[in-house]
Write a protein that binds this ligand. Structure first.
Ligand code: USQ
Length: 382
């Protein structure tokens, strides 16, 4: 069961798991569709309604994906859907997933806190009451850690020595937005549920994702959403849309901000591996999920080069950083779980991926043009 099945990752994962022979159901309150319009934008790729998509997946691929419209912060609804579907695994993406959105003002910060934290606690209780053996796979974020000067471990706990005394503490977190903090609070709540009741949890710390498609998206009717505005778009997706619109790529500040990036195809494949190779019963498994580390400046250069081969000349612009974050820093992350499952052997080529994205977006130029004014950053974090 995929909570947040209508989202950028949720829908392609439903296709991937169906293609792998799993029985897939999902729930979504369709919040992202409305919230993107709220900031004067829309998906850069045209997407069907959930009902139409489910029909298209059946016609084109023979998949039977079940969709429930509902909000996981409404406990009774979540409880009744899990009770009916009896999933063995629940993947939870059903959260407000934009840092800039949570930084707009008090109302948006409070929404992110309430929606994300209440949703997770509802999932914890529903799983405990209905079937404590359900495997929970929760989408967290690499941003929970911030950008520390130590190597980021792939573990929920670590040894600490304080004033000569040693103990186990939770891995230190230092998030940089209200959104990223909601994920830290979720992690803490899942850790307690695991400790108290032995719930089986895979907590994914994922970096920013980029891409317009996966290998299952073979027809326009199966498109997933693609956001590129200042609030909902992630950096590489924004650069590619900007290139198509002839806007110099918006590197924030010095551009030394380094993150762990992965493509949409990598993300759904990693998730499939985690679903099919579950955590041991009663375990709490932390997964640092990304493919490669890049600075946002390096990525701008990659996109610029890929754009050239797609017949587009675009410059690199420097924008005053609207965020409060380190623009030059140490960043090293442990990554063992996915490589042990064979992830690093999967075919991957960022250059090809970027050229493919630019080609897809070139076809949507007129659509992107309508939302040009939503691109430059206006939400200041100070
Ligand atoms: N950035 C630019 N130019 C832009 C947009 C962003 O230089 O036009 C920079 C930001 O300043 C930041 C970095 O790119 O340093 C990443 O920003 P982002 O908007 O791509 O990603 P972020 O806000 O961190 O959030 C995204 C997803 C979120 C996920 C997170 C993973 O929206 O759901 O949790 O990536 S991570 O970044 O590892 O925390």
């Amino acid at each position: 069961m995929i909570l947040g099945i209508d989202g950028y990752l949720g829908w392609p994962l439903a296709l991937r798991l169906s293609a792998a022979g799993h029985k897939v159901s999902g729930m979504d309150n369709l919040f992202t569709r409305k919230a993107v319009q709220e900031v004067g934008s829309d998906s850069g790729l045209p997407i069907l309604t959930m009902e139409e998509r489910v029909r298209a997946a059946k016609e084109l691929k023979g998949f039977r994906i079940k969709f429930y419209r509902g909000d996981i912060t409404k406990y009774k609804k979540l409880y009744s859907v899990i009770k009916k579907e009896k999933p063995d695994t629940i993947i939870d993406f059903a959260e407000e997933r934009s840092a800039p959105y949570s930084m707009r003002d008090h109302m948006h910060a409070a929404y992110a806190m309430q929606n994300n934290i209440v949703g997770t606690i509802n999932l914890i209780y529903a799983a405990r009451e209905l079937n404590a053996n359900i495997r929970i796979i929760k989408m967290g974020t690499m941003g929970e850690y911030g950008t520390p000067n130590f190597d980021i471990p792939e573990a929920p706990y670590m040894k600490a020595l304080l004033d000569g005394k040693e103990d186990i503490i939770t891995t230190p977190k230092w998030a940089g937005s209200w959104y990223h903090w909601t994920k830290v609070h979720d992690t803490n709540n899942l850790l307690l549920a695991n400790k108290l009741w032995g719930l089986t949890v895979t907590n994914i710390m994922q970096g920013p994702v980029y891409g317009t498609r996966t290998k299952d998206i073979t027809d326009q009717r199966l498109f997933t959403r693609f956001d590129f505005d200042e609030t909902w778009g992630t950096v590489v997706n924004r650069y590619c849309a900007e290139a198509v619109l002839g806007i110099p790529l918006t590197v924030y500040g010095k551009g030394g901000q380094t993150r762990g990036f992965l493509s949409l195809e990598d993300s759904v494949e990693a998730l499939r591996l985690l679903v099919e190779n579950p955590a041991e019963k009663g375990a709490f498994r932390t997964v640092n999920q990304f493919r490669e580390l890049f600075s946002v400046m390096q990525l701008a250069e990659y996109v610029q080069t890929a754009a050239k081969s797609a017949g587009i000349d675009v410059g690199i612009g420097h924008v005053d950083n609207p965020r409060v974050e380190k623009e030059e820093h140490y960043y090293n992350v442990e990554r063992k779980v996915l490589p042990d499952l064979g992830f690093d052997k999967l075919k991957h080529n960022i250059r090809e991926e970027l050229v493919g994205m630019l080609m897809d977006l070139k076809e949507q130029r007129q659509r992107l043009e309508q939302y040009r004014s939503a691109i430059m950053p206006k939400t200041m974090w100070r």
